[in-house]
Write a new protein. Structure first.
Length: 177
């Protein structure tokens, strides 16, 4: 897995913005696994990798509670809209996709642009951290629905809980933490 394309400036802003536990259930290790899930799917289906990666780091950044926070996706989209587009490294169309992916990511939707669906599946595939195997009816890309693929994501999610310091998913963040 390649090194993150996210800039140090953006990482600092994310760290200053996120109000919950950095190592919690919606914190950095979850984002790192969402990134891995998303990039693995994008490699095969042509989804926009930059958008997928930014989604991983931003979709939960405005959570105010780990559970029962139905508006956190909309807040994430508003937050993204407030950031300079140069900081994101996106063009206008990509920024719109990222905002849409964040805004709707927890609404259970399964239809839409391939990049948006890839973002949603990347997040849903990490439900294993709570002990849940993904429900394939709630996944929205053909790749994520493959048993071998979602089982590997499940293994990453559950392994991460046991050995949080020892995986490539956390290591991508290490230089920035
Ligand atoms: Fe998430």
């Amino acid at each position: 897995m390649k090194k993150t394309m996210i800039s140090q400036d953006l990482i600092q802003i994310i760290k200053q913005t996120f109000q919950l536990n950095w190592k919690g259930v919606h914190g950095v290790s979850h984002w790192a696994r969402v990134r891995v899930n998303g990039l693995l799917i994008a490699k095969q289906n042509g989804a926009n990798q930059r958008v997928v990666e930014l989604f991983a780091f931003l979709h939960d950044v405005k959570r105010e509670a780990d559970f029962n926070d139905p508006d956190h996706g909309e807040r994430a989209a508003q937050f993204i809209d407030s950031l300079p587009i140069d900081l994101l490294g996106l063009n206008t169309a990509e920024k719109a996709l990222l905002m849409l992916a964040c805004e709707d990511h927890s609404k259970g939707m399964v239809d839409g642009d391939i990049t948006v669906r890839t973002c949603w599946d990347a997040d849903r595939l990490d439900l294993g951290r709570g002990g849940k195997r993904p429900n394939t009816e709630k996944l929205c890309t053909d790749i994520a629905k493959q048993k071998e693929f979602y089982e590997q994501a499940y293994q990453r999610a559950t392994y991460q809980h046991r050995v949080p310091e020892n995986t490539e998913m956390v290591q991508v963040w290490k230089p920035a933490i």
